[in-house]
Design a protein around this ligand. Structure first.
Ligand SMILES: NC(=O)C1=CN([C@@H]2O[C@H](COP(=O)(O)OP(=O)(O)OC[C@H]3O[C@@H](n4cnc5c(N)ncnc54)[C@H](OP(=O)(O)O)[C@@H]3O)[C@@H](O)[C@H]2O)C=CC1
Ligand SMILES: CC(C)CCC[C@@H](C)[C@H]1CC[C@H]2C3=C(CC[C@]12C)[C@@]1(C)CCC(=O)C[C@@H]1CC3
Length: 343
């Protein structure tokens, strides 16, 4: 292990990506290796078969690349703690931590609200954000948490806390990059119910909490070299979005695609492919973290002609609320550790 650590400290950047085996996460890995074949990439995935398949695909296009696998289920406290322990054994630094894993379970598409929206002035906003047309049915994890909150937010928060010693090192900077969403909604989030036990929009709530948490991490850890940013990949066709209309057979999706390309002329947020969706994640890889605005969300956008670009948009986030959420998450972490007898 000492030798491994010595090797990792000898420069090549260390990049860990959660949810790296499919969709936007996998596309990011492909693009990262395309730009810097020397980096040490760690695919953190819950399913090792899918992780191995992703690794094989990456190695097929980038033979000789250093691609490691890590078992990580962000919805499980035990899994996060074990994974963090393993990371600390393998690496002596962490340059980029991409917190990308996410779920939108049992999505319910409100067809009536959708058609009402289509014939209203709000049509472009509705298509860009999915606001008002989606609900989800959440469940409870083995740790007794709401699954969406645990997967999208808390597991990642715990990972950052566990990896602070690698992320915050004297004389270096590191970047924590969250895949948030344009679907993050303040109206879905409540400080009294951070896990969203009561409502029917756990996804929007978890993504809004992500935006808040990123701001708080900057407040607390910039002085130690850790910089946090959030991105939105746009509307991308992935496992997550195909599940919204599962009754749609494949051929129907192909018929709808020209409609989506048409809509893209009016809202550049229809990035549609994981490659396009990963644009903002890749752009952040090249930025000096000190130059980034902690209150901006970096959006991947694709023009009607198919050209990619990124756009920073100010987030609707209040510093006090972000601090209050941070305190709640620390309390929750404290409770979790106490129950496990590790504090
Ligand atoms: N697609 C879109 O339009 C948008 C997506 N996003 C966000 O982008 C991110 C990536 O999603 P996307 O690529 O679209 O969808 P995918 O379903 O293709 O990718 C999600 C990834 O997260 C992994 N994952 C899910 N649950 C867990 C868990 N408990 N532990 C570890 N990994 C887990 C999945 O693993 P597995 O294969 O095992 O399920 C998969 O690798 C998500 O955070 C999503 O919220 C944001 C805005 C729009
Ligand atoms: C003709 C119909 C088949 C068109 C249906 C379109 C909707 C399914 C989509 C329009 C905007 C999409 C969208 C998302 C999901 C799918 C849509 C509602 C997200 C909410 C997915 C997850 C995100 O994080 C943001 C996306 C915004 C846009």
């Amino acid at each position: 292990n000492k030798l491994l650590k010595l090797q990792s400290s000898k420069m090549n950047k260390v990049v860990l990506v959660t949810g790296a085996n499919s969709g936007v996460g996998l596309a990011l890995c492909e693009r990262l290796l395309g730009e810097d074949p020397g980096l040490q990439l760690c695919l953190a995935c819950r399913n090792m078969c899918r992780a191995q398949a992703a690794r094989a695909a990456l190695l097929a296009s980038h033979p000789g690349a250093q691609v490691g696998l890590l078992q990580l289920d962000t919805s499980s406290v035990t899994s996060v703690l074990n994974a963090a322990k393993e990371v600390k054994l393998r690496y002596s630094q962490m340059d980029y931590l991409y917190l990308n894993a996410g779920i939108m379970p049992n999505p319910q598409f409100d067809v009536k609200a959708f058609f009402k929206g289509v014939f209203s002035r709000n049509v472009v906003n509705m298509l860009a954000t999915g606001e008002g047309i989606l609900k989800q049915k959440d469940s409870i994890t083995a740790d007794g948490m709401q699954e969406v909150f645990a997967t999208n937010l808390f597991g990642h928060f715990l990972l950052v806390r566990e990896l602070e010693s690698l992320l915050c090192q004297a004389g270096r900077t590191s970047q924590v990059i969250w895949t948030s969403s344009i679907n993050a909604q303040q109206s879905a989030f409540s400080l009294e119910d951070v896990q969203h036990r009561q409502g029917s929009q756990p996804y929007s709530s978890s993504k809004y909490a992500t935006d808040l948490l990123s701001v708080a991490l900057n407040t607390h850890l910039n002085s130690q070299g850790l910089y946090s940013s959030v991105i939105c990949p746009g509307f991308v066709m992935t496992k997550l979005t195909y599940a919204i209309l599962p009754a749609f057979p494949d051929f129907l999706w192909s018929l709808v695609m020209p409609l989506f390309w048409f809509i893209r002329i009016f809202t550049n947020t229809f990035t549609l492919t994981p490659y396009n969706g990963a644009e903002a994640l890749l752009w952040l890889f090249h930025q000096k973290p000190e130059s980034l605005d902690p209150y901006s969300k970096y959006h991947s956008l694709t023009s009607g002609r198919g050209a990619n670009h990124i756009q920073p948009r100010k987030m609707d986030v209040d510093e006090d609320l972000s601090q209050a959420l941070y305190v709640k998450l620390l309390e929750l972490e404290h409770g979790v550790r106490k129950r496990r007898g590790t504090e």
